[in-house]
Design a protein around this ligand. Structure first.
Ligand SMILES: NC(=O)c1ccc[n+]([C@@H]2O[C@H](COP(=O)([O-])OP(=O)(O)OC[C@H]3O[C@@H](n4cnc5c(N)ncnc54)[C@H](O)[C@@H]3O)[C@@H](O)[C@H]2O)c1
Length: 326
């Protein structure tokens, strides 16, 4: 398939580009490099430097590369910022995606994969969370993605677009050549590893009074290679007129303190911590029930051990101490 990957210079997008290539697909990347890195896109992969909000640029990429499917990662994804700058998020995530979908329809693109998020659930009534759980985002970020999911259902009914909304839990880990380099970094594991590497003084534990075994918040960490694999499977399995949604997580929950302990064991560094108040909108536990992706897509995550996942991230950070600036 000829696939346009928006945000393919970003963390999850770049690993997915590599996976799609391995599976024999042709890929073109569209990225504005606002948070991504040109060096994360392999040499030889056509790269269009532009925004998904620019119909001329998108139209050029779709026509030039006879694109049949779009895998859409490009987005803003800082939950806190989405609450202080809501219109920025509705524009960057929702409106831009509607513009992208309009261009895709005009160019006869029949398949679409959306990077969605566990944030569409808000605080779940129970964990693990199945796809049938109530959708009650507690942030503009979550709502900005849910609005796209709802539009995809309408497009399936009205135009026959085949789509899959992939609701990631916490992406983590690295491949030998591709890793996580967000600036500023907002994700727990790379932040803790920055402490281990001596680049930060301490790791903050936000919330120590949750109703969890050690009081810190519990999250589900899924390896970025496993996420990438799911995109390829979803793309290949989707059918016209169907808008599917799948949770992607490991199914195991680890508390913030447990993650820090694993990072200590993997790196051999002490990793000082500081306790901080809960952050608004941070639910106590988010753990995925991903059985639908396993049964319908045949998805078999290969990394189910947090130590292996953290070790892959540590190897990448150790080999690339300045991230993609090296
Ligand atoms: N990282 C996670 O744990 C996680 C969890 C749930 C959902 N997601 C979603 O997955 C997607 C990818 O996340 P990531 O962690 O790889 O983020 P990232 O910031 O590394 O990647 C996003 C990429 O999109 C590009 N981009 C942003 N706006 C653009 C635009 N208007 N036009 C073209 N390119 C644009 C950026 O330059 C970057 O390369 C996002 O949609 C995010 O909301 C991520």
């Amino acid at each position: 398939m000829n696939v346009l990957v928006t945000g393919g210079a970003g963390y999850i997008g770049s690993v997915t580009v590599a996976t799609l290539l391995e599976r024999g697909h042709s890929v073109v990347v569209l990225d504005d490099l606002s948070t991504g890195h040109r060096g994360a896109v392999p040499e030889g992969v056509p790269f269009v430097h532009g925004s998904v909000a620019d119909p001329d640029m998108v139209g050029y990429a779709l026509a030039e590369h006879r694109v049949e499917a779009v895998v859409h990662f490009a987005a803003k994804s800082l939950v806190g910022e989405s609450m202080s700058k809501p219109t920025k998020y509705f524009l960057a995530n929702t409106a831009s995606t509607f513009a992208l979908l309009d261009s895709a329809a005009a160019h006869g693109v029949g398949r679409f994969v959306l990077s969605s998020t566990a944030a569409v659930y808000g605080t779940p009534a129970r964990v693990p969370i199945p796809e049938t759980a109530e959708l009650r985002p507690e942030s503009v970020y979550g709502e900005s993605k849910l609005m796209i999911e709802r539009a995809l259902k309408w497009l399936a009914d009205t135009t026959g677009l085949a789509s899959a909304a992939l609701r990631y839990f916490n992406a983590a880990g690295a491949t030998a050549s591709l890793g996580e380099d967000h600036r500023p970094e907002s994700h727990l594991i790379p932040i803790v590893l920055q402490v281990a590497a001596g680049k930060r003084e301490q790791a903050q534990v936000f919330g120590t009074d949750y109703d969890t075994p050690d009081g810190s918040a519990v999250r589900d960490y899924v390896h970025v290679s496993d996420l990438a694999e799911a995109h390829a499977l979803a793309l290949e399995a989707m059918r016209p007129g169907e808008a599917r949604a799948y949770n992607l997580g490991s199914g195991s929950g680890y508390s913030v303190r447990e993650v820090i302990d694993v990072c200590r064991a993997v790196t051999g560094h002490a990793i000082p911590t500081a306790e901080a108040p809960r952050r608004a909108g941070d639910p106590p536990r988010l753990v995925a029930d991903s059985s639908l992706a396993r049964s319908e897509l045949g998805w078999k995550p290969r990394f189910d051990d947090l130590g292996t996942l953290v070790a892959s991230a540590w190897e990448w950070h150790s080999a690339h101490p300045h991230g993609y600036a090296d």
